[in-house]
Ligand binder design. Structure first.
Ligand SMILES: NC(=O)c1ccc[n+]([C@@H]2O[C@H](COP(=O)([O-])OP(=O)(O)OC[C@H]3O[C@@H](n4cnc5c(N)ncnc54)[C@H](O)[C@@H]3O)[C@@H](O)[C@H]2O)c1
Length: 375
């Protein structure tokens, strides 16, 4: 199969669909890979590295879209990219179609087979192609929090680890899933005093085992949120209710009651945020202050560490990508229900129910189960 990797064109997106190491895997399995010139330059993956891995370098995205049988990307295709897709071609990338009528309409019109990273499943009820980005965001949240706790960055001037003779800073993590666990690991590594709140008792038991009593686990109630947030130097918002907007767990009054110069990092901002005062920010202007509390609400945190994120994403996407190339997309999906769950659009049919639930009426779309669409 000829696999194509165009340069990402979304504003400030430096990740790339395949690393040179991933290209080498595809080539070793007998496939050809075409990478757009300079596509990985920003994160240190040069054309020469791609050539050495066995790829050919294309001068333009147009050539890649015209020739490749499968396009591997990171972000959802922009309208001009959607228009370059055609029937018989497979698109393998993050799509997030439900809130995006324009993209859905264009992908349906293209006739292409569109597989969304974010809806591929695993055998444990998880989303394996979303998890690496949650790991990155969770780890980054504490790094960002520690930075903005510095006096010159608007914070209270607190060092999370403390020093001998001075107590460490207090970190509260609300939501103990993938983001929360990774935030707690980083905070603990820095020597902070860490508390995790979650509503799931089984999850709190697992966390207690993972951290062997080095962090406090507390059942998430309004009372617990009020109590621990008022004492915290850094609060990380890491909750998720699948398919729903994030619940607002800290209201304006709670935030007013926090210590001046404390920091909120709302990782759940991509689902609307879990603090009343949160509004999405960018890597260019990551923070703002409300009632003396610094708010960091970057909606695409992994983009800030694009090199690590690209490698983490490739580790997760490559096995499925290889299956698509080795068996052909149709057979690969029919053989693996978890990969099949990633199919969102196929030859003009929408095969992911949540997309039809969100946009069916507006766009006049009906739902076709993925298996039926492929047959
Ligand atoms: N900003 C970014 O760049 C970025 C990157 C990755 C993930 N995210 C977001 O981070 C959030 C967390 O993702 P995740 O992968 O860790 O999800 P996850 O499903 O692994 O974990 C969510 C946890 O929240 C808990 N929870 C739900 N309601 C709660 C409540 N009221 N109080 C306490 N805990 C509660 C759940 O029990 C679960 O353990 C999501 O909104 C995700 O979209 C954002």
């Amino acid at each position: 199969m000829l696999v194509g990797v165009p340069k990402e064109i979304k504003n400030h997106e430096y990740r790339i669909g395949l690393t040179p190491a991933a290209v080498k895997e595809f080539v070793t399995h007998g496939h050809s890979v075409m990478v757009e010139t300079n596509a990985g330059d920003a994160i240190g993956f040069t054309d020469q590295m791609y050539t050495e891995a066995g790829a050919t370098i294309a001068p333009s995205a147009q050539q890649i879209f015209a020739e490749a049988e499968m396009i591997v990307k990171v972000k959802e295709p922009q309208p001009n990219e959607c228009k370059l897709l055609s029937k018989g071609q497979t698109l393998y990338t993050y799509l997030h179609l439900a809130p995006d009528a324009t993209q859905t309409e264009l992908l349906v019109a293209s006739g292409a087979t569109c597989i969304a990273y974010e809806t591929v499943t695993d055998g444990h009820g998880g989303l394996p192609l979303l998890a690496p980005m949650s790991e990155v965001a969770g780890r980054m949240s504490v790094q960002a929090g520690a930075h903005y706790l510095e006096k010159s960055h608007g914070g209270s001037g607190t060092l999370l680890g403390g020093v001998p003779g001075v107590a460490p800073g207090k970190v509260l993590v609300i939501g103990g899933g993938v983001v929360g666990t990774n935030a707690a690991k980083m905070a603990l590594g820095l020597g902070a005093d860490v508390t995790i709140l979650d509503r799931s008792l089984p999850r709190l038991r697992q966390l207690d085992d993972i951290f062997r009593g080095q962090i406090k686990t507390v059942f998430s109630t309004v009372d617990a949120i009020e109590h621990y947030s008022s004492k915290a130097d850094l609060v990380v918002g890491a909750v998720l209710i699948p398919g729903a907007a994030a619940p607002k767990l800290l209201n304006r009054e709670h935030i007013k009651a926090m210590k001046p110069g404390s920091v909120l990092v709302d990782v759940a901002i991509d689902q609307g945020g879990c603090f009343e005062t949160s509004k999405a920010t960018t890597h260019q202007e990551p923070v703002y202050t409300v009632d003396d509390v610094v708010h960091y609400c970057v909606a695409n945190m992994p983009g800030g560490v694009a090199r690590t994120s690209t490698m983490a994403l490739n580790n997760a996407t490559m096995p499925f990508g290889l299956a698509l190339a080795n068996k052909g997309p149709k057979q690969a999906m029919l053989d693996d229900k978890h990969l099949l769950a990633g199919l969102n659009v196929h030859e003009g049919k929408v095969t992911y129910k949540a997309v039809v639930d969100a946009l069916g009426e507006e766009l006049g779309l009906s739902y076709t189960p993925a298996e039926d669409a492929l047959k």
